[in-house]
Design a protein around this ligand. Sequence first.
Ligand code: NAD
Length: 267
Amino acid sequence: MAATQGRLQGKNAIITGAAGGIGLETSILFAREGANVLMADVSEAALAKALAKVKEVVPTAPRVESIKCDVSKESDVQAMVESQDSWGGTDVIFNNAGIMHANDADAIDTPEKIWDLTHNINVKGVWFGSKHAVLSLRRHKKARGSIINTASVVALVGAATPQLAYTASKGAVLAMTRELAIVHAREGFRFNALCPAPLNTPLLQNWLGEDKEKRFRREVHFPTGRFGEAIEQAHAVVFLASDESSFVNGTDFVVDGGMTKAYVTPE
Ligand code: NAD
């Protein structure tokens, strides 16, 4: 394993959805770059495994802890952020937890309860995380802070495979992040949205399984001919969290192998 590079040295970071594909890879890179990391997830079992993994692969990590948090509950989010007060306050939050429900469908078939569930986690969760990060940054009189919110390429381009609640929720994340970036710019608090393309994570890959047709329908859109990897998102998040991106604010930070810029036809 590479030695600590220190690009996030001394920063206190929170990562939500830390037990999942992107969240775990980001936790590992953050720890390796010298950040103190608080890993948060709604699934306690998965979180315990993820924490153990980070400690195993980054034994030199300065401080890595975990906390159970359902991001759709404001009291949970508040407790999560305030738990970093004793660390010296939060510098970075990666509002990354999100769901795409199996029953999410088109305008006709999406059940209202699936719409509400998706928006409670994907949109309200990001709002609560952003709100309590701002309160913490102010409480600790920080001159700078970085908030990264996970949106998706479906906030930028329409998907022909319908998932209406999810798509609308990610559009909301993008618009909300942009406004927060402008409102808080003079306080030194940066907000950027990460827009990943479909990834090679268990979530999607288990669902695609051995169905070659389903897989091809998606792969064909990638100029590279492949899905992205979670770690390729994590590298972008390290940049957005670090002071290297000090003049990057309000962006739709697209990490998609060129997918949203492509007109690709089958060979
Ligand atoms: P994942 O399912 O592997 O991880 C998501 C994590 O969020 C899980 O550990 C889950 O337990 C947690 N979570 C779910 N509901 C929660 C809640 N209410 N409170 C706290 N944690 C909760 O998915 P991933 O691929 O790592 O996705 C992370 C983010 O990236 C999501 O916002 C997702 O929408 C987005 N995204 C993923 C892809 C992809 O292809 N994987 C593409 C674009 C965007």
